[in-house]
Design a protein around this ligand. Structure first.
Ligand SMILES: NC(=O)C1=CN([C@@H]2O[C@H](COP(=O)(O)OP(=O)(O)OC[C@H]3O[C@@H](n4cnc5c(N)ncnc54)[C@H](OP(=O)(O)O)[C@@H]3O)[C@@H](O)[C@H]2O)C=CC1
Ligand SMILES: O=C(O)[C@@H]1CCC=N1
Length: 273
């Protein structure tokens, strides 16, 4: 029997392409093991530029016996329309990996068969540079080999966490799935503030980007809590204390972040309906 190590990536937009870059750049997958299905010609070409096979739809894939994982990276709103085309591939032994926000495992079981092996993954776009946060949650039909393969792929894109309780996936989505956008906005806001303080645009952007990057790397590598690292920057009566009075007074930023995460969590739950 042929080895089952093929991956079909269905949808190669923002998230699909970010994962594909992580898989190939790390050498975890050979380009020859991946087929990208993407209706958008420009996005197909972008994927083909990495050396993978591409197709505009699933026809021609049905007979393939080498497909281990069908990674679904289409919008939640089109998932129901996309699934029927993958029934045969799944019946042939492929495991479904969905990165769609909100859509619960039982939706895939209903559409593809009650015993369909399904892994939900909530990735994020820093996967493109191997710095993603990939949270996995599987049903009981996923075999050990498929789970291990999926875990290896996700580990190529960043850190992996596995959770048992699927009910937490909406919260995961709101924190690490959407989270990069909050931090990108933080860079935008710090850049705007730097410009308002009189710095030239290019210096403002450099300072904001490198400061957020450096703080994140330091927070992950120092072994200290973020609170302790914050205190180390904050001289009594100094400049940081003046700024933190603005951000932390009345728990301002924590309340705002909690409100933002709750809005995302609710939206994730709605997308699953
Ligand atoms: N962007 C992110 O940061 C994250 C996204 N996700 C999840 O990833 C999924 C994709 O999001 P994102 O990449 O941002 O969306 P994109 O719109 O960028 O990518 C989805 C791609 O799928 C294509 N597509 C539509 N129908 C099909 C089909 N039948 N077969 C193959 N491809 C198809 C779309 O083409 P067309 O536009 O022509 O319809 C589009 O190019 C979503 O479910 C989202 O919840 C999860 C975590 C983070
Ligand atoms: O905005 C969204 O719906 C997707 C899911 C997580 C990040 N992007």
């Amino acid at each position: 029997m042929a080895a089952r190590n093929g991956v079909v990536l269905v949808g190669c937009g923002n998230m699909g392409f970010a994962m594909l870059q992580g898989w190939l750049q790390s050498g975890t997958l050979d380009a020859g093991d991946v087929t990208v299905v993407e209706p958008n010609a420009a996005l197909r070409e972008r994927a083909a530029g990495l050396g993978v096979a591409t197709a505009s739809d699933s026809s021609g894939l049905q007979d393939r016996a080498d497909i281990a994982l069908a990674v679904l990276a289409v919008k939640p709103q089109v998932m129901d329309a996309v699934l029927p085309a993958y029934r045969e591939i799944v019946a042939g032994g492929a495991t479904v990996v969905s990165v769609a926000a909100g859509i619960r495992i039982e939706r895939f079981e209903q559409a593809l068969g009650a015993k369909t092996p399904v892994i939900r993954v909530m990735p994020n776009t820093p996967a493109a540079v191997g710095a993603g946060m990939m949270v996995m949650c599987a049903n009981g039909h996923v075999g050990a080999q498929a789970m291990e393969f999926a875990r290896r792929l996700m580990a190529a894109s960043g850190e992996v966490a596995v959770i048992e309780d699927e009910g937490l996936m909406d919260a995961v989505t709101a924190v690490s799935g959407s989270g990069p956008a909050y931090l990108f906005h933080m860079i935008e806001a710090l850049t705007a503030a730097a410009e308002a303080a009189g710095l030239p645009d290019d210096i403002a952007a450099q300072l904001a980007g490198q400061t957020v990057y450096g703080a994140a790397v330091y927070a992950r590598q120092s072994g200290e809590t973020p609170a302790r690292l914050r205190e180390q920057v904050t001289s009594p009566g100094g400049t940081t204390a003046a700024a933190l009075d603005v951000l932390m007074g009345d728990d301002r930023l924590t309340k705002l972040m909690t409100e933002a995460v709750e809005a995302a969590r609710k939206r994730s739950a709605e997308l699953g309906k």
